[in-house]
Write a protein that binds this ligand. Structure first.
Ligand code: ADP
Ligand code: MG
Length: 258
């Protein structure tokens, strides 16, 4: 199983939208896909149609009480896609885990023996706290959504530093698989300028596929569906399919067993 953390400590940059739609794209291509919601806001869970009341065991139970992964999984309406949902309790996990030995390795440990999936996306909260550290420690690859706005690059160096620290201390094999530009507005000169600047600074780390600002991507969660299912013809869905293909091409040695 390949584990991909979707992280950026900024909120509202498209982490959850990317995690949901990439996971759906992989599931639709036949990959047995798991999405782990590690954000106490639970947006990935509600965006996949899991009402908060109906969530059973969650990522909180997985991390704090070490409930086995198999008991924390919920099915979704999408075949090949399952989720470990998040509940509000998760906001306490950062504090509850502080004094626990191996607190950063909890997620990695619970994923270690899992055989049922080809790929796992971890949707991170907007911080670099223990939850995101758990995701980075468990991950083979980090995917960073970056919103094309004026301060896009601000904060990225802090994220990169955290990646280096995690590599040194917990997970030497962690790599950044790519930076995905999100909410790109081709008609807006600032958005164009920012995406050019980001490519100048970060080069090939930036995916060629860009995610446009697209209202269907924002509407879909209120229907409890990924945009890719809600409207698979919209520009946002097409962009996520293209990004998924590019992501697969960047996972050569980890490609799904035939
Ligand atoms: P994060 O998980 O980083 O906080 P989200 O994926 O939740 O970010 O996105 C923040 C908000 O922007 C959400 O309301 C989402 O529906 C909306 N959104 C995300 N990506 C796009 C996009 N490409 N076009 C339009 N709206 C988007
Ligand atoms: Mg989110």
């Amino acid at each position: 199983m390949i584990v991909i953390a979707v992280a950026n400590q900024k909120g509202g940059v498209g982490k959850t939208t990317s995690a949901i739609n990439l996971a759906t794209a992989f599931a639709a291509s036949g990959w047995r896909t798991l999405l782990i919601d590690l954000d106490p806001q639970g947006n990935a869970s509600s965006g996949l149609g899991l009402a908060s009341a109906s969530r059973g065991a969650s990522s909180y139970d997985l991390l704090v009480d070490e409930v086995p992964l198999s008991e924390c999984i919920a099915t979704t309406k999408i075949s090949n896609l399952q989720i470990v949902p998040a509940t509000v309790d998760l906001s306490g996990a950062e504090v509850e885990l502080v004094s626990v030995p191996g607190r950063v390795e909890r997620l990695r440990t619970s994923l270690a023996s899992v055989q049922e999936y080809d790929i796992c996306f971890v949707d991170c909260p907007p911080s670099l706290g223990l939850l995101t550290l758990n995701a980075l420690t468990a991950a083979d690859r980090l995917l960073v959504p970056l919103q094309c706005e004026f301060f896009a690059l601000e904060g990225l160096s802090q994220l990169m530093q955290t990646v280096e620290q995690v590599k040194e201390r917990f997970n030497p094999s962690l790599r950044i698989v790519g930076i995905a530009l999100t909410m790109v507005d081709r008609r807006n000169r600032l958005s164009e300028q920012v995406s050019d600047d980001v490519r100048d600074v970060l080069g090939d780390l930036v995916f060629s596929a860009v995610i446009p600002r697209n209202v269907r991507l924002a509407e879909a969660p209120s229907h409890g569906l990924p945009a890719l299912i809600y409207d698979h013809h919209c520009a946002g869905s097409i962009a996520y399919m293209t990004l998924a293909r590019e992501l697969i091409s960047r996972l050569p040695s980890l490609r799904k067993a035939a």
